[in-house]
Design a protein around this ligand. Structure first.
Ligand code: PNS
Length: 165
C-alpha cells in the first residue's frame, strides 16, 4: 500500500491545500495530512482546531476520497513522522517559481536525513495558485471576504475569531 505524508502548517487550510489532498489521494492509496503543532510563526489556530477544520473540509468537500485521508498532528522532523506512519513519500504543492527554492532545499535536506522517503510535488491548480494562508488570515482579520479561498469550515472559524476580537 502506498502512503504519502502531506505536511504543513495549515493555518488555516485553503482550497489550494484541499486540491493537493484530493489529487494526492488519486495517486497514493493513503494520504496522511500532517499538521505541524508548532510552526515557526505563532499560529492563529491551535493544532486541534486546524485538524478539525481539515477533517470537516475533507469530509464535506472531498467526500469520494475522504476515507483514504487521515489528519494527524506532529512535532519534530517530518521524515521521522513519515517513517512512523509508514509513508514512503512526502507530498508538497508548488504554486510558483518562488516556492521552488525553499521546497528544493527542504526536499534535498529531507532526502539526506531519510533517503527512503522521497518528495513528490504537485503543481497547485492555476485557480488556487495565488492563495496563501497568511494572506487569507490578513484579509479575514481586516474584515475582507475570503469566499472561494477557503472551505466553509475555515470561513466559519475565521468569522468566529473576528467576532471575538
Ligand atoms: O505549510 P508550511 O509552513 O509551508 O510547512 C512547512 C513544513 C511543516 C513542511 C516544514 O516546516 C517542516 O517539515 N517542518 C518540520 C520540521 C522539519 O522536518 N524540518 C526540516 C525540514 S527540511
Amino acid at each position: 500500500m502506498s502512503v504519502a505524508l502531506y505536511p504543513g502548517s495549515f493555518d488555516p487550510v485553503t482550497y489550494g491545500h484541499l486540491d493537493i489532498i484530493e489529487r494526492a489521494a488519486r495517486v497514493f492509496d493513503r494520504v496522511v495530512v500532517a499538521v505541524l503543532g508548532n510552526p515557526r510563526k505563532a499560529p492563529l489556530f491551535g493544532e486541534e482546531e486546524r485538524v478539525a477544520a481539515i477533517r470537516e473540509a475533507v469530509a464535506t468537500e472531498c467526500a469520494p476520497i475522504a476515507d483514504r485521508v487521515e489528519v494527524a498532528t506532529f512535532d519534530g522532523l517530518t521524515v521521522e513522522f513519515a517513517r512512523r506512519r509508514g509513508a514512503d513519500f512526502i507530498v508538497r504543492g508548488l504554486r510558483a517559481v518562488s516556492d521552488f527554492e525553499s521546497e528544493l532545499q527542504m526536499a534535498h535536506t529531507n532526502r539526506k536525513m531519510g533517503p527512503d522517503v522521497d518528495t513528490v510535488f504537485f503543481m497547485t491548480a492555476l485557480e488556487h495558485s495565488y492563495l496563501s494562508s497568511s494572506l487569507v488570515k490578513e484579509i479575514a482579520q481586516l474584515g475582507g471576504d475570503v469566499t472561494g479561498m477557503v472551505p466553509a469550515a475555515v470561513e466559519r472559524r475565521l468569522a468566529a475569531r473576528a467576532r471575538s476580537v
